[in-house]
Write a protein that binds this ligand. Sequence first.
Ligand code: AMP
Length: 396
Amino acid sequence: MSKTIAINAGSSSLKWQLYAMPEEKVLAKGIIERIGLKDSISTVKFDGRAESQTLDIVDHVQAVKLLLEDLLKFGIIQDYAEITGVGHRVVAGGEYFTDSVLIDDEVLAKIEELASLAPLHNPANVDGIRAFKEILPDITSVAVFDTAFHTTLPEVAYRYPIAEKYYQDYKVRKYGAHGTSHYYVSRQAAEMLGRPVEDLKLITAHIGNGISISAIDGGKSVDTSMGFTPLAGPMMGTRSGDIDPAIIPYLVAQVPELENAADVIDVLNKESGVLGVAEASSDMRDVEAGRASGDAKMTLAFDMLVDRLKKFIGQYFAVLNGADALIFTAGIGENSDQVREAVVEGLSWFGMKLEPGKNVFGAVGDISTADSKVKVLVVPTDEELVIARDVERLKA
Ligand code: AMP
């Protein structure tokens, strides 16, 4: 039995999950938050226990050291030699990476080079990779890219209607994101439907704090709502999603505290979307509670989110010229029967109908009626498992 760690490093956090492979058994998982700040918090969950500690962690190397020491301390492993592989989620793979890869110096240099496409994420991913290389230099190290699954997009979908030089010289194109999630849930859905993914047209709706919708034809991503960056698409928890780009210079000219385009982008990333409209929260549970008690802003945020989701899903019915199934996943997609109901209700013309008794909290699998032309499925996503599987695949 070998043990593999899946790592998801953010700018100030590091999420991890330890698997026994090939059994795919989760042995432990955890998160280290507030890296580089005072009072960092590390939480380890294993055997039904949750252990938290607060201490100052200056960087990702120290975070990795702490997580490895905790694995020993809590008896989850007896020796570092038991860990044979690590898989790192990397947000931007650009046009270089169409699949997961073993990480060598050249790969690492490319991931660093791609930081301009994901300035918040790729440098953190590189820090995580370096930290493991320093502490466990001999284990299999794999990069799993959020963008890889979307490298099958046809040019008609990935190009923006702007002059070619901006694509050729500056690499401005749609890259998408959440690729591991769209890949995983499309395969799970095919299994649930009892049909080969190659025969299916699927629309996958990853609706969490970040949101992306994908059109998947025969197992391949052919369009997706995130764009050059993860700011594009439907409105999200704190991100605006698609807006008229002319708003950006207008706000710079009009609003004293917004000095340049980067300031506006920051607002569009962090203070917009559901949070911008609802004001009190970006959390869908709060929004649903507010809506139930008649709060106008919460109700508008809910309705606007459903409106944007419907429009993107509708677009992808057009891209695919019909679909066999719509798949809901991620925090909201998996848990909110209200969002699912409102979205499907508003798209009933396309031939989708929910079975009321099935569209309930905790539902997994087919939630549509037997005669629903387009099936509607809830499929819990598992990006960490895809990462662990890719480490196994590339180790062989
Ligand atoms: P994620 O980014 O996938 O972790 O999803 C986070 C989002 O899922 C947040 O907006 C949560 O409010 C939402 N969420 C989690 N559980 C529920 C629930 N039971 N009902 C509605 N939304 C939920």
